[in-house]
Design a protein around this ligand. Structure first.
Ligand SMILES: Cc1cc2nc3c(=O)[nH]c(=O)nc-3n(C[C@H](O)[C@H](O)[C@H](O)COP(=O)(O)OP(=O)(O)OC[C@H]3O[C@@H](n4cnc5c(N)ncnc54)[C@H](O)[C@@H]3O)c2cc1C
Length: 475
């Protein structure tokens, strides 16, 4: 038996697979397979090696209960590990609540989403809001499975984003908030300063660097105490038909059928912007406004997190690297070229030259620093900005994107200490990755105490836990 992930870039071949009905069944499975390697999966929406494992596989989709309780003027929800975010949002909405933070899609499970630091824009990542994790693991002295509750100190900070490597998450207690409305509208600007200045008025905005047009489309967003707009349903229909499907079908046609770089570049320069209705202000419920049908068409993605003080340089570097990759330029600007030389990356840049034409808007989202050990936005005293690079090439034709993703991860981690999303393409070596996280050692210590035999690890997390990296200072 084998399963593939959403991106079709990972194949899972577990020795045994279970879909337990309740917590007791999870414990029974752990006891039956004592001494073997065991890993849980969510809905396999990660592209990274986080989902791999050739031992026993647990899919907790049947543990999907939601219990919402008031907590002062806020809420807290206890959610079964396998509950998908869309079901969770529905249940929360019934009680007048919602999540603080949401990614672009809602098909992930709560355990899967927090385990890789899933985030949206203008808030912390989802992991930050987790108050308690119920975890099935082994008691070292008896060898029996039992349920541990991690609700304080470093074990909680580790469990908030743990790459599946502490044990089997059974449920998650997560802070929620009253439901709210979001007002949104789009503008376009060529200046990054304009985009960043707008954050004061639109704290949950996100923006897109449009390749080949080289301007920013800003999705201004803020909480709105007003009612849902009369035209909110029409706006949703517009998003679904024009953006989620129309725009994406055009990109698929250009990338998969036409495969002409000139047409891709022309489309982004001239046509894509026509899909956007500027300055149409619409207010709708947050859980409708903040998500899209991004899972409608198969794709692959790498996302790199940089600190605010590195953002402008990182975006300039991105633009230059994309032009070199498409053969539009042969070198970078003098200062970026000097940095590439200093980091010994000229050969990789030469290899990338003329190999890949980027064909998707680069979404940039602001994430507030998380109180976790290893989520991408953990630590530091500045906001983080996540830059995402997506390819819609067919799975068999992703060689150019792989070269590009490798180059971007290598160069941006060296030049800007950029951290790749744990759930997306994550092409750095283990020691390069762990060096980006000042608290990775504390994470190791928690893993070693909760899972001393490493039965919940896969090859990737074992390499991370054994890596020896020089940790960068994060201001
Ligand atoms: C179309 C698309 C859009 C996306 N949009 C965003 C976005 O906007 N923002 C963002 O940050 N990310 C985004 N992602 C990434 C996605 O949120 C993460 O990869 C997430 O981890 C996937 O959740 P999942 O339920 O599919 O878990 P999986 O991918 O199946 O697993 C992820 C990790 O969680 C672990 N895990 C799962 N369940 C358990 C459990 N019960 N106990 C212990 N460990 C467990 C697994 O072992 C694995 O390490 C997107 C992905 C796709 C495909």
């Amino acid at each position: 038996m084998h399963r593939k992930n959403f991106g079709r870039n990972r194949v899972l071949q577990p020795s045994a697979a279970y879909t337990p009905a309740d917590e007791q069944e999870v414990l029974d499975i752990l006891d039956r397979h004592h001494g073997q390697s065991i890993r849980a999966v969510g809905r396999l929406h990660s592209w990274s090696e986080a989902v791999l494992g050739d031992g026993v596989q647990l899919d907790l989709r049947r543990l999907n209960s939601v219990l919402l309780e008031p907590d002062g003027d806020q809420f807290v929800a206890t959610v079964g590990a396998g509950c998908q975010i869309k079901r969770l949002l529905k249940e929360l909405n019934r009680g007048g609540a919602t999540l603080h933070s949401l990614g672009l899609i809602t098909v992930q499970t709560i355990a899967g989403a927090i385990s890789t630091g899933t985030h949206g824009s203008g808030r912390h990542s989802m992991s930050h809001y987790v108050e308690e994790v119920r975890l099935a693991r082994y008691d070292e002295s008896t060898g029996q499975s039992f349920i541990d509750e991690l609700s304080a100190g470093e074990p909680l900070l580790a469990a908030r984003c743990s790459l599946g490597s502490l044990g089997i998450i059974l449920s998650v207690k997560i802070r929620c908030r009253p439901q709210y409305n979001v007002q949104e509208h789009f503008t376009e600007s060529r200046q990054l300063e304009d985009v960043l200045d707008a954050e004061a008025s639109y704290p949950i905005q996100q923006f897109y660097l449009i390749p080949w047009r080289w301007s920013y489309f800003i999705q201004h967003r803020r909480e709105d105490a007003g009612k849902r707009s009369r035209l909110s349903k029409l706006y949703r229909l517009y998003w679904l038909s024009v953006m989620d499907y129309g725009l994406h079908l055009q990109i698929l046609f250009l990338e998969r059928m036409l495969r002409s770089r000139r047409m891709i570049q022309f489309a982004f320069r001239r046509i894509v912007s026509a899909f956007l209705i500027r300055k149409w202000k619409v207010t709708d419920r947050s859980s409708s406004m903040l998500v899209m049908k991004h899972e409608a068409f198969r794709h692959i993605e790498i996302e790199l997190f940089v600190r605010r003080d590195q953002l402008a340089d990182a975006l300039r570097f991105t633009q230059e690297a994309i032009k070199v990759a498409a053969g539009k330029e042969s070198t970078l600007s003098a200062d970026n070229q000097q940095k590439i030389d200093e980091h010994g990356m000229q050969e990789s840049l030469d290899e990338l030259q003329d190999q890949y034409c980027h064909h998707y808007p680069i979404c940039v989202r602001r994430v507030l620093p998380d109180d976790t050990l290893i989520s991408m936005a953990s630590g530091g005293n500045q906001d983080w900005y996540a830059l995402s690079f997506i390819s819609y090439a067919r799975p068999a034709r992703r060689a150019g994107f792989s070269l590009f993703a490798n180059f971007m991860a290598q160069s941006m981690s060296r030049l800007f200490q950029a951290r790749p999303h744990w759930g997306k393409i994550c092409p750095l070596e283990a020691n390069e990755l762990t060096a980006l996280y000042p608290r990775f050692d504390s994470f190791r210590t928690v893993c070693a105490s909760l899972d001393p035999k490493g039965v919940f690890q896969n090859d990737w997390t074992t390499a991370l836990l054994e890596a020896d990296g020089n940790v960068a200072d994060i201001p």
